[in-house]
Design a protein around this ligand. Sequence first.
Ligand code: EPU
Length: 342
Amino acid sequence: MILPDFVRRDVALDHLNTFALSARANWFVDVTKSAQLVALTRTPDWRKLRRFVLGGGSNLLLTGDFDGLVLHVCISGRDLIAEEADAWIVRAGAGENWYEFVRWTLDQGWLGLENLSLIPGTVGAAPIQNISAYGLEIAERFQHLEALDLATAEMVIFDRAACQFGYRDSVFKRAAAGRYLISAVTFRLPKRWQPITRYADVTRELEALGITHPTATDVSDAVIAIRRRKLPDPARIGNAGSFFKNPVVDAEGFGRFIARYPDAPYYPQPDGTIKLAAGWLIERCGWKGQDLGPAGVYEQQALVLVNRGGARGDDVLRLAQTIQDSVQTMFAVALEPEPVVL
Ligand code: EPU
């Protein structure tokens, strides 16, 4: 395989995934400019090469070495590109750290991303799974993104409709999976800002602090406090956040479920379906705080699987499968894993 000089051989991925799983990539490149990619797509073996686009590695489960090329997105930059009557239009390179970007927007007085404070990962990965937390999803602040089509080497713009956002979902997890490298994302931040405090944990946190008219910084601080209490810091315990999506059931299935478990939390959706809390289901199966080999279920939030030290991707998958079986047997509900498995 002949590849340009800037491509490295045999690179460890251990520090590039928040689960802290051990794996190596056959070829690896830190992509800092779109132009590098164009050079890569012109190499003769490009079409034969297995490729994987890596951001912050915070939604990734590595099950072994990767026999292909890892494109590690390191494209930086953040700018106000326009001011409109009712919004600030802000663009960031895909490799920017998500939370540093959120903090920077707040510092500039461009509000609206505060509910998504402290989410690990990069700006470029945020639209892929439509990151959402504490009453806000990125789709609500999204304007468009720029991506390189890895098959044709053409730059493509995706507006909100083209991204087909859903709950923890977008076209980049389905029809377009693996085809594009997102290079920059542009956000539309409203000038007429309103705090989003309807999420029960946020309401409680602000009440406890005696805050009745929260600023964006207050909301950000509340979200950070909740996250620090409930979610493990990947710098200390390997994890990829929520390991499962919250399952969505139809009205009939929900009727049967709630008749048996009237105390279960649930969230009716605009389309008539009902979202259940996977963390609650897993806890009820007795898994919270439990381990299976070196993989475990976090003590404060059963939706998060953790690497207790030295786990392999397969250990985590075995635990995930066992939990899925328990939840299926007890509740007749299927859990879908959230991270990308490589
Ligand atoms: N619950 C339990 N036991 C648990 C965990 C949760 O009973 O171990 C119950 C809670 O008491 C609550 C309900 O389940 O009634 C929901 O819990 P929580 O508010 O913690 O949120 P979640 O639905 O478990 C989702 C996201 C999180 C996000 C929070 C806040 C998914 C898959 N996860 O979790 O996202 O931070 O809402 O918006 O939708 C992530 O993506 O990594 C992540 C942490």
